[in-house]
Design a protein around this ligand. Structure first.
Ligand SMILES: CSC[C@H]1O[C@H](OP(=O)(O)O)[C@H](O)[C@@H]1O
Ligand SMILES: Nc1ncnc2[nH]cnc12
Length: 290
């Protein structure tokens, strides 16, 4: 199969990219198990892209069950260099209102049960994660959103995404704590993905689509799935337009990304002395360094 440079992971409400043509469904086996679903490879704005429904096309996986390593590995195996994540989030700030779009530049990790690294089993690497999203890709995404002038949507080009374990939503005390930490939005999925994408040297950025005010807001009811679903439909249609425009811009001028060299100074273990089985398991990710 021809290399696919752009990947899209669709979250809650975004289970399919409507505008894809010449579609192929690809079942990918990885050393880390099966991805959430088949990857859908198709053409969008003249570029081959790979789409994956994060929770499966029928939304059957809770955040703690997501096969994050298999998902990122599967994208890497197709040749993906830029990964756009679309995600539903709750807002932790008055100014980020439902239907708004946030392009986070920071994360806070509140997950407990996630495997967020490809390393271990004899190979140690510590990637830099001070800037957890690719600024170049986030810039293209932000410019694409701005260019569309979507009605009722304010773009926030920066923000901190708090990643909680779930699946229950936060308590008010937690929500207020995250606000006091400077959190902008809250979700349950993006931090492990961002870490693994960085380890796999894939540029990653998040299109965070606000569905609710979580539970802290005195004038809005606490978040419920019913409340989220109404906004998810509007957000999903906006997300389709944003992703299309982002892919167009990315394929016309793919930006340089520091993420593409993230492992250059990160691997501690001399690879010539590392266990063969682990080298084999990570060969796709380590190939430049072996
Ligand atoms: C359906 S509300 C909670 C659910 O939605 C978000 O998922 P995703 O990031 O895949 O859009 C959030 O993280 C929770 O998993
Ligand atoms: N309030 C919220 N908390 C966590 N994840 C969410 N996804 C959408 N809304 C959310």
């Amino acid at each position: 199969m021809a290399q696919v440079k752009i990947g899209i992971i669709g979250g809650s409400g975004l289970y399919k990219m409507e505008a894809l043509t010449d579609v192929e469904e690809v079942q990918i086996k990885t050393p880390f198990g099966d991805p959430s679903d088949a990857l859908i490879v198709g053409t969008l704005e003249g570029a081959r892209v790979a789409f994956l429904a994060r929770h499966g096309r029928n939304h059957h996986l809770i955040p703690s069950e997501l096969p994050f390593r298999a998902n990122i590995y599967a994208m890497k195996s197709l040749g993906v260099e830029y990964l756009i994540s679309a995600s539903a989030v709750g807002s932790l700030k008055e100014e980020a209102k439902p239907l708004d779009m946030v392009v986070p530049d920071q994360f806070i990790d509140r997950t407990k049960n996630r495997v967020s690294t490809f390393f271990g089993n004899g190979i140690v690497a510590h990637i830099g994660f001070g800037d957890p999203v690719c600024g170049a890709l986030a810039g293209v995404l932000g410019d694409a959103i701005a260019s569309l002038n979507l009605p009722d949507v304010t773009l926030h080009r920066q923000g901190t995404y708090v990643c909680m374990e779930g699946p229950a939503f936060s308590t008010k005390a937690e929500s207020n704590l995250y606000r006091s930490w400077g959190g902008t939005v809250i979700g349950m999925t993006n931090l492990p993905e961002a870490k693994l994408a960085r380890e796999a040297e894939i540029a990653y950025a998040t299109l965070a689509l606000v569905t609710d005010y979580d539970c802290w807001h005195p004038e809005h009811d606490s978040v419920t799935v019913e409340m989220i679903i109404g906004n998810l439909h509007k957000n999903a249609s906006n997300a389709q337009s944003v992703i299309k425009e982002t892919v167009k811009r990315l394929s016309q001028s793919p930006p340089a990304s520091k993420a593409h060299k993230a492992l250059k100074h990160a691997i501690f273990t001399p690879l010539d002395q590392a266990p063969a089985a682990t080298k084999e398991q990570l060969s796709l990710i380590l190939q430049k360094y072996l």
